[in-house]
Design a protein around this ligand. Structure first.
Ligand code: GMT
Length: 380
């Protein structure tokens, strides 16, 4: 198949999933065209089946800001025509699905088949729960869903939120997030990295995100402050975003900044996960929580909130612990229990690796292929 993919290039789960999916489809012989504002952060090096088309939005003094969505629509129409795309897969409803819908309208007159390409949309999370729930965007997201030929959501939780908020005209299929467990696995030789990060004799907690309010970064810090009262520990923050400065200030004000390392945006996170003993992810809402699955694949137990998509793949007391939103005390208590009991940690760690294997990329890519085929066969 010839597949166009449009996604957010920025540091975050939806771009990661879209890119890993594109790479996996390309490995299976499909031709994949990324149509984006910038190269997605996980795209990596050259592959003979992957092409990247950058969207350049026009700057003109009359416009206060460039119309990216329109430039994207024009580019999708252009790539679809010249590369004869079978499917355009929009990741995150806004603006990708709407731009693809517009692209199809641009091609209406020139296409023999009125539909030109099939439009697949994957809903990732805040496109529904935050952006879509906002009255200024609700109608636009609803249109994007209803005008797609097929829609997937990354968890049962997100599917049901979508149905509740939008009452879509079509079924929403669940295809979960996935991980390549051949790449995401605990690396045995971490001596050098542990030295560089000064981790000798310390337990390592990790948090990876785009530091948005939903991630509750202060809960991570408060939990860590409690943990380190019982266990010598270091907290690694990977990623960046709007809440980072406040978090850095908080760490300084509370005298824990020497044990809290802000490493910034790093795309190859496997080495860092390989030195980690625990992932802290106290989000107030997470449609799935890809970072937790990737941590589990590397044998890192997780402490997460008992909400959203987490309970669909994380079993309390088996892969880590699910705790109430904002319950920093419980998070710290469970963390200390795990970090101080080697046998329990080993058991959880191997449970995590086993669980992550059920979300192996191949299984999910096969589901996406079947989904595309159903659209091409007009079954949706
Ligand atoms: O919806 C978002 O916040 C953006 C998106 C991203 O790009 O980070 O994250 C969502 O998509 C991921 C991949 O499907 C999910 O694993 C994340 O749970 C989800 N984030 C939220 O729901 C907050």
């Amino acid at each position: 198949m010839k597949i166009g993919i449009s996604c957010h290039h920025t540091y975050g789960g939806s771009g990661a999933v879209a890119t890993e999916l594109g790479k996996a489809l390309a490995d299976r012989g499909h031709i994949v065209h990324f149509i984006n504002r910038s190269a997605p952060f996980r795209l990596g090096t050259f592959s003979k089946n992957i092409f990247y088309h950058e969207v350049e939005a026009m700057h003109y003094p009359v416009f206060e800001c460039p119309f990216y969505s329109l430039a994207l629509a024009t580019k999708i129409a252009e790539v679809a025509t010249f590369e004869k795309l079978d499917v355009v897969h929009a990741h995150y409803a806004i603006p990708h699905a709407l731009s693809a819908m517009l692209a199809r309208q641009m091609l209406e007159d020139s296409c023999s088949d009125a539909k030109c390409f099939r439009l697949a949309t994957t809903l990732h999370g805040t496109d529904i729960t935050v952006v879509g729930a906002d009255s200024s965007m609700h109608g636009a997201v609803r249109l994007a869903i209803n005008k797609s030929d097929g829609v997937t959501a990354v968890s049962e939780f997100l599917r049901s939120e979508t149905v509740k908020l939008f009452e879509p005209r079509r079924d929403v299929e669940v295809i979960a997030n996935f991980v390549d467990t051949d790449l995401f696995r605990r690396q045995p030789d971490t001596v050098h990295l542990r030295e560089q990060l000064d981790l000798k004799g310390r337990k390592v907690c990790i948090h990876i995100s785009n530091f948005r309010p939903v991630k509750r970064i202060l809960d991570v810090l408060k939990t860590f402050r409690s943990i380190e009262q019982s266990v010598p520990a270091t907290l690694l923050f990977v990623g960046d975003g709007p809440e980072r400065s406040e978090a850095e200030n908080w760490a300084r004000e509370h005298g824990i900044d020497e044990r809290v390392r802000f490493l910034g945006k790093i795309s190859d996170i496997v080495p860092l996960l390989s030195v980690a003993d625990l992932m802290l992810m106290p989000s107030s809402g997470e449609s799935f929580g890809l970072a937790a699955l990737e941590a589990m694949a590397c044998g890192v137990p997780v402490i997460v909130t008992d909400m959203g998509g987490f309970p669909e793949f994380i079993v309390n007391g088996t892969h880590g612990f699910l705790v109430g939103l904002g319950d920093v005390e419980a998070m710290a208590e469970k963390s200390v229990a795990l970090l101080t009991d080697e046998r329990l940690w080993e058991e959880f760690s191997s449970n995590c690796v086993e669980q992550a294997r059920k979300y192996h990329v191949t299984a999910m890519v096969e589901q996406y292929e079947a989904f595309y085929m159903s659209l091409l066969n007009g079954e949706s």
